[in-house]
Design a protein around this ligand. Structure first.
Ligand code: GDP
Length: 425
């Protein structure tokens, strides 16, 4: 059984919590794309954790946590996360890293910063963790697989070739000093050595595990609208956060995929730049931001205030269907308990016409939201453990959203804690 948890929207949908809940019932948890640029918030009996690269199975000692070949592996960031969670009393997690994974190099992070500085106000809202330069190099075939770093001669030769290219840009475009090949070589060979006991053929491991009937969880980062092909390009990330990329980035067969769980919030939130049709501003936004999530809507990695808005059913239907979702997990439903009325965006208006299919970015930039207003339930639903015990108006809101997004909602989350999770029958 292979379950995949992915985001239906812009990221930050609450995947971390849902993953933590489902990880408990898994033997293996795999990260298949992205890097340390986004974060999951997990709250459990050990405390509150922001995980960036570490798979969410890290809190369960019987689970194997795998970093798949599709990930941008920042070794320092992974080691720091590992040390942090162990220092806070979590028993050492089991980890395996694909020998094909590519490694984030110090110059990727530098180039990300230099490019954002160069673009100034036209920047794409990068988290400056090196993701775009990393994936750029990967597809230019000048990336560094960890297995190549272990071959010292090969690594040095590849690094010198990279420096020949990068130095031209550093000097001419950014006015910065050349790469220090010796320093990078020493730093990265030492870091790669530290994780060597974890590195191996994860695909072979997974084939065997699946044959034995093990339960696998693929853990996505960000969401559909950040996909470079299907998202709000160029305000996207540089690797695919789609379940369709899961088998590639994890190293399993697409035939093994069983459940695809798309996570979405009961309202919308978005970090970074790009069109966000249902965005709220002023006091209305401030109130929702303050009440959202477990401690307000602020990014897990960047701590930037998240942009917030009403539930966008056009974007979420597209997001869930593009993921191929077999079910939806609706999070943060408790947050809306303060409202008398709730708006849901059920169509966009573009040049005087109504559209219900999510459009390409230049059109989206000009779309206005068309809202349907539904009554609120005006009560605190935290602490309720059975779906049928939710207020009627609250269940009606969930039914309304379910009808709009055309995928069954199976999991409903009414608080940030693991146990604040209900199954909608
Ligand atoms: P992820 O990247 O998709 O894992 O999302 P994040 O963890 O970055 O953001 C989701 C936020 O919502 C975090 O602050 C979570 O603790 C919080 N959260 C998740 N589910 C719920 C919920 O049902 N209710 C509330 N109030 N907060 C939630």
């Amino acid at each position: 059984m292979v379950r995949t948890i992915i985001g239906a929207n812009w990221g930050d949908e609450g995947k971390g919590k849902i993953t933590d809940v489902l990880a408990e019932k898994s033997d293996i948890v795999i990260r298949f794309q992205g890097g340390a640029n986004a974060g999951h918030t997990i709250i459990n009996s050990y405390g509150k954790f922001a995980l960036h690269l570490m798979p969410s199975g890290a809190f369960h000692q019987n689970i194997m946590n795998i970093i798949g070949p599709g990930v941008a592996l920042n070794i320092e960031a992974l080691l720091k996360e590992y040390d942090d969670i162990v220092a806070r009393g979590v028993p050492a997690p089991q980890i395996m890293i694909s020998d094909r994974v590519q490694v984030m190099m110090p110059y990727h992070v530098d180039f990300d910063k230099f490019e954002e500085e160069r673009l100034g106000k036209n920047s794409f809202g990068s988290t400056k963790s090196g993701i775009a330069p990393f994936y750029g190099d990967k597809y230019m075939k000048i990336g560094m697989q960890i297995c190549q770093i272990y071959d010292k001669e090969l690594f040095r030769a590849r690094l010198e070739n990279v420096a020949a290219q990068k130095n031209v840009l550093l000097e001419s475009l950014y006015g910065k000093p050349d790469l220090d090949v010796d320093a990078i070589f020493d730093k990265m060979t030492a870091l790669a050595e530290r994780v060597r006991p974890w590195v191996g053929d994860t695909s072979a491991y997974l084939r065997k595990a699946l044959k034995e009937g093990k339960t696998v969880l693929l853990e996505g980062q960000l969401g559909t609208l950040r996909d470079p092909d299907h998202g709000i390009y160029p305000f996207t990330t540089s690797s695919s956060p789609l379940a369709g990329y899961g088998p590639v980035g994890a190293g399993i067969s697409p035939r093994d995929m069983t459940d695809i769980i798309a996570v979405t919030k009961a309202y919308s939130s978005c970090v970074g730049a790009g069109p966000f049709t249902t965005e709220l501003f002023g006091d209305e936004a401030e109130e929702l931001r303050r009440r959202g999530g477990d401690a307000g809507e602020y990014g897990a990695t960047t701590h930037r205030p998240r942009r917030v808005g009403w539930f966008d059913a056009v974007a979420t239907r597209y997001g869930a269907l593009t993921q191929g979702a077999t079910e939806v997990a609706l999070t943060n439903l408790d947050v809306l308990g303060y409202l008398d009325e709730i708006k849901v965006c059920t169509a966009y208006e573009y040049e005087g016409k109504l559209i219900s299919d999510f459009p390409v970015t230049p059109v989206l930039e000009k779309c206005k939201p068309v809202y349907t207003t539904v009554p609120g339930w005006h009560s605190d639903i935290r602490g309720i453990t059975k779906y049928s015990d939710l207020p009627e108006k609250c269940r009606e809101y969930v039914d309304f959203i379910e009808k709009q997004i055309e995928v069954p909602i199976r999991i409903v989350s009414n608080g940030p804690r693991r146990e604040e999770t209900m199954v909608k029958e």
